[in-house]
Design a binder for this molecule. Structure first.
Ligand code: C2E
Ligand code: CA
Ligand code: CA
Ligand code: CA
Length: 280
């Protein structure tokens, strides 16, 4: 057995060892990050394409690591999931989002919405219920509709009782649901109806290749028409050029999000952006 162990060990290249060590260190740092207040919420506007107005934003977490600088969620969310820390982080994201949306509903638009991401593990866990979220919102004087939860399609594809139950809890609380990264997975449209989803977010891999008469244009057109027939509103992600925005608007897409409008930014800066626009 010892020999086999040694053999197995030889499969690991030095780079893999370094990567594994790096992950261990990051996970360790992650444990203290909440207490040390190293997380920060960025917000990216979701723009109503017809009017150009901003009544929605997506909350995107950043980790200001004391030595490494800003760590991308792509790098630490998987570690947070694997270590279970995602639960506390997710609660922090929700509460911070709720406090900002309270301000923006009050000062900017009465129906302002902030969407928060929930990774599959976070969403599918058995414990925890959205009634605590609802009480938190109620304490701030906010209805459930102030918040949108973004989940990915994979969750719905093999939805178990827990997932279905969570979706029902959200609906009971009035919290809306967006299907993120649409078109990247095994997109089946039947569950859009089945699970009462409110928003569909077209993945940026589609937006990137939009051109008149392209196959991605045809697909986006079809997705938008279908989504509208099912009563969903459509948000296109990764809008980077005026041409993409115009093609999407012409196809009837409701909202756009992307670098063309603004990159994700610190909350204070987003707040300033809304002030510049004035009350709408
Ligand atoms: P996502 O939910 O698909 O978020 C959109 C990502 O696209 C963000 O990356 C955003 O900065 C980026 N983006 C926005 N507009 C453009 C554009 O025009 N071009 C390009 N190339 N990219 C654009 P970010 O902030 O690095 O987040 C990456 C992922 O990390 C998110 O993907 C989401 O899955 C996850 N994530 C972020 N915040 C949270 C969180 O609070 N909780 C959880 N569970 N996951 C989060
Ligand atoms: Ca998202
Ligand atoms: Ca996305
Ligand atoms: Ca709905």
């Amino acid at each position: 057995a010892k020999g086999a162990g040694r053999n197995r060990y030889s499969y690991f290249t030095p780079t893999l060892q370094v990567a594994a060590l790096n992950r261990m260190r990051l996970t360790n740092d992650l444990r203290g990050a909440l207490k040390a207040e190293q997380f920060e919420l960025y917000f990216q506007p979701i723009v109503h394409l017809k009017s150009g107005r901003i009544h929605k934003a997506e909350a995107l977490i950043r980790w200001n690591h004391p030595q490494r600088g800003v760590v991308s969620p792509m790098d630490f969310i998987p570690l947070a999931e694997a270590s279970g820390l995602i639960i506390d982080i997710g609660e922090w994201v929700f509460r911070a989002s709720a406090r900002w949306v309270q301000r923006w509903r009050h000062e900017h638009h009465p129906e302002f919405q902030v969407s928060v991401n929930q990774s599959p593990l976070e969403f599918a866990r058995e414990d925890g219920a959205y009634d605590t979220w609802l009480s938190y919102l109620q304490a701030l004087g906010l209805p459930g509709q102030s918040v949108v939860v973004e989940i990915t399609e994979g969750l719905l594809l093999d939805a178990n009782a827990t997932v279905s139950n969570k979706l029902l809890q959200l609906r009971d609380a009035g919290i809306q649901v967006a299907l993120d990264d649409f078109g990247t997975g095994y997109s089946s449209l039947s569950y859009l109806k089945k699970f009462d989803i409110d928003y569909l977010k077209i993945d940026r891999s589609f937006t990137r290749n939009l051109a008149p008469d392209s196959s991605d244009m045809a697909l986006s057109d079809a997705i938008i028409v279908m989504a509208h027939k099912l009563g969903l509103r459509v948000i296109a992600e990764g809008v980077e050029t005026p041409e993409q925005r115009d093609l999407l608007a012409a196809a009837g897409c409701d909202y756009g999000q992307g670098y063309l409008f603004a990159r994700p930014m610190p909350a204070e800066q987003f707040d300033a952006l809304l002030r510049e626009q004035g009350v709408q």
